[in-house]
Design a protein. Structure first.
Length: 346
């Protein structure tokens, strides 16, 4: 089969590689339909690492995808051949303390698609996943929508972790795909006031389409001051989706006493800092967000019911042969890109 591999910093090649085989009774062989390019894939592409996970070339890439079941192990019973699914890229061990306590996303022995040394990548013609990672999608849902379910599930999980009450004032710092998914999930969940920021005006325009009440670009506006003028008491929940020291600082300055910052962005640095006295005096809560947990099925439901429109996030389409172009586009934030999609077989 053909698959995309990272072969160096900013190098990506489509290579022939053996097709995967179903191992074990719960394995499912998928023909990959559509793959979304994620910021984390592009981190590995441009820098060769995220934190302590360092790429050894050649490395698989891609983890967001929708596919069609073409084969399965003898104990698979929730799926059938021809069923279309959205894929959760996580392969948990199923027996550690985390898995047994319902925290598969922090499994101690986890494999995740295209994380260095872990699973294969979804940017391939075929993929084998455990049954538990395959979520059937309804007939009306497109394969492109299926490929955006995983990032939506992250936004939904972050929104649920916040436990925001109706009327909450929230700020989303960084309006890329994940920030916009937090926005869509928050809008669908409750009546809230949403302030969104980004360095790219096209993304702010998209944030307004997705329901932001106010948007600001820190290149042109002192966003903390502007939001504070409108919300003198401060913000209840800040979703940090940029992973920059600057946005961590903005988060703390925006929050009201007792407010929460949810940290979703992936910083390129190993450490960030906070003013400990501000955190202490204001009793600010720091909540990190590790991908998602149990939010794939509810994300599918929100899209299929029409409560969330994912199509607006998808701005660019490529073929598997054009994967490098897709990665360069996302890496360089060109042409108003939000979600770039690679069509592998659809
Ligand atoms: Zn992703
Ligand atoms: Zn585990």
């Amino acid at each position: 089969m053909k698959a995309a591999f990272l072969t160096g910093i900013r190098q990506l090649e489509i290579r022939e590689t053996p097709s995967p085989e179903i191992k074990g009774p719960h394995g499912v062989l998928l023909r990959v339909g559509v793959v979304g390019v994620c910021g984390s894939d592009v981190h590995y592409y441009t820098t060769g690492r995220i934190g302590s996970l360092v790429v050894k070339y050649p490395e698989w890439t891609g983890h967001e995808c929708g596919g069609t079941v073409v084969g399965m192990g003898e104990e698979v019973n929730r799926l059938e051949v021809g069923q279309r699914v959205a894929v959760d890229p996580l392969i948990p061990c199923g027996h550690c303390d985390q898995c047994l306590s319902g925290r598969e996303h922090t499994c101690r022995n986890q494999n995740f698609l295209a994380c260095p040394g872990q699973g294969p990548g979804s940017l391939a013609e075929y993929l084998v996943m455990p049954e538990r990672s395959c979520y059937p999608i309804p007939n009306g849902m497109t394969m492109v929508q299926a490929s955006v379910i995983e990032p939506l599930s992250i936004g939904l999980y972050a929104q649920r972790l916040a436990e925001m009450p109706p009327g909450a004032k929230i700020a989303i710092l960084g309006s890329g795909p994940i920030g916009l998914c937090v926005l869509l999930a928050s809008r669908a969940a409750c009546d809230c006031t949403v302030y969104a920021t980004d360095l790219l005006d096209e993304r702010l325009a998209m944030a307004r389409c997705c329901g932001a009440n106010w948007t600001g670009n820190p290149k042109q506006t002192d966003v903390v001051r502007a939001i504070r003028e409108l919300e003198p008491l401060g913000i209840d929940f800040v979703f940090e989706c940029a992973g920059q020291q600057e946005t961590f600082d903005q988060a703390v300055e925006l929050l009201k006493p007792g407010g929460t910052v949810l940290m979703i962005g992936i910083p390129e640095v190993d450490r960030v800092s906070f003013s400990i006295h501000t955190l202490r005096r204001q009793e600010i809560r720091l909540q990190s967000v590790r991908r998602q947990n149990n939010c794939m099925a509810p994300a599918i439901e929100l899209v299929s019911s029409g409560a969330i429109n994912l199509d607006q996030l998808v701005t660019h389409h490529f073929s598997l042969a054009e994967t490098k172009k897709a990665f360069d586009l996302v890496a360089d934030y060109r042409d108003g890109v939000v979600k770039a999609i690679v069509h592998v077989s659809e």
